[in-house]
Design a protein. Structure first.
Length: 162
């Protein structure tokens, strides 16, 4: 609700951001960002709020985007989501997931960090999922694939910053 009362100031965004959002959606996103910045206390709740905001940037953009893929500002989507509604929906989904995971009778997840090839303290029969994030040299441009998010939060202003 604070975001609805915060004044938007969209004049500082790089041209990429201006090309990817309608003025109304950019106004709402800027108000959400400003409200988050004002309330950010480095808590887990604040981090989850930031995550919810980051997670709606592509769905609220009119530009051709897909999760963790390149931005195509010259291609457009038919119906980008309205930011305030998208944010509320994302927070509700996150809340539902957290409540469900805390109340389900299934075993709690255990996380092991390390090289999956050399983990010796884990039975291979107990592993249901392995998540990796290796670099893919010359195959995936991580800077370009997160350019929209970095531009929105003012971490980069153009190609030269990448």
């Amino acid at each position: 609700s604070l975001a609805r009362d915060v004044a938007a100031d969209t004049g500082h965004y790089p041209s990429l951001i201006e090309r990817c959002y309608s003025s109304g959606n950019l106004d709402e996103l800027d108000r959400l960002r400003r409200a988050w910045e004002e309330l950010d206390d480095q808590s887990a709740g604040s981090t989850l709020s930031w995550l919810a905001l980051v997670s709606i940037l592509r769905s609220t953009s009119g530009a051709g985007t897909a999760p963790w893929q390149y931005i195509l500002p010259n291609k457009t989507k038919k119906s980008p989501l309205a930011p305030f509604q998208a944010f509320s929906s994302m927070v509700a989904a996150m809340r539902f997931d957290m409540i469900r995971s805390a109340t389900e009778a299934s075993p709690r997840a255990r996380m092991f960090e390390g090289d999956a090839r050399t983990l010796t303290d884990v039975s291979t029969d107990s592993i249901d999922l392995v998540i990796t994030s290796p670099p893919y040299p010359n195959n995936y441009d991580y800077a370009d694939s997160t350019r929209l998010e970095m531009s929105f939060f003012g971490e980069v202003s153009g190609w030269g910053d990448l």
